[in-house]
Design a protein around this ligand. Structure first.
Ligand code: SAH
Length: 220
């Protein structure tokens, strides 16, 4: 038996379990989300120099002035998305792939994930990472996601990882009836919002203050 490798494995298990315990303390209750966050190797999505901090409750740089969201906000957004009272959710859209971490967590709890990234090197790295991890139910797109992905709509869930100044009607329209969208809105001061769609229309609720990178236009 290779003691050194075994040791690393044990440490990683303990570190991941500490993250899960902390998420529970912070109020995350959805066991499927907690299980997915335990499974996905977050340290493989950040630079090696930052890997030792990957399971801390912080956002970390992923280059090009972008960040991987802190574990709490990833868990919280997916928990809110899944809180449908039992209605099954199949197809989900993420806007802002970044390093692909949140897409990997989404892939553990939803059958079909689409994710869009406007910065080409991030897009390529995320796509390769997800492929290396053998995560096959994520479709990664190099595109400006601010207008969503109408050709694959409707979505049961939409999750935005970058903050828009205002709610987009085009995006809302891509929700299925019964669908839910979780997104940060605002510039300096940002809040997390939930949009729910039913037969009669849309309902918006403001959840909690957040801090996201801005949603930007065009590809680069
Ligand atoms: N979910 C990501 C967080 C990435 S940060 C993760 O787990 O790492 C937000 C990302 O949104 C950045 O990579 C940024 O380039 C991207 N982004 C910003 N505006 C966008 C747009 N209009 N379309 C697609 N991606 C966008």
């Amino acid at each position: 038996m290779n003691m050194r490798l075994n040791g690393i494995g044990m440490t990683s298990q303990r570190t991941r379990q500490r993250m899960i315990d902390r998420l529970r303390d912070q109020g995350i209750r959805d066991e499927a989300v907690l299980a997915a966050m335990y499974e996905v190797p977050r340290h493989l999505f950040v630079d090696e120099a930052l890997a030792s901090r990957a399971y801390d409750d912080v956002s970390l740089p992923i280059n090009y002035e972008q960040t991987i969201s802190q574990p709490y906000i990833v868990a919280r957004m997916i928990e809110v998305l899944r809180d449908t009272g039992g209605r099954p959710m199949r197809r989900v859209l993420e806007i802002g792939t970044g390093c692909g971490y949140q897409a990997a967590v989404l892939a553990h709890v939803f059958p079909e994930v689409y994710t869009m990234e406007r910065i080409q090197p991030l897009y390529e790295r995320a796509r390769n990472k997800l492929r290396d991890l053998n995560i096959r139910n994520v479709n990664v797109r190099y595109a400006d996601g601010s207008a969503g992905l109408p050709e694959w709509a409707p979505f049961d869930g939409i999750i935005m990882a970058a903050a828009a100044p205002a709610m987009s009607a085009a995006l809302r329209e891509q929700l299925a009836i019964g669908g839910r969208m979780v997104l940060p809105l605002g510039r300096q001061e940002q809040w997390l919002y939930l949009v729910e769609r039913d037969e009669r229309g849309f309902r918006e609720s403001r959840l909690e203050p957040v801090k996201f990178v801005p949603l930007l236009m065009g590809k680069t």
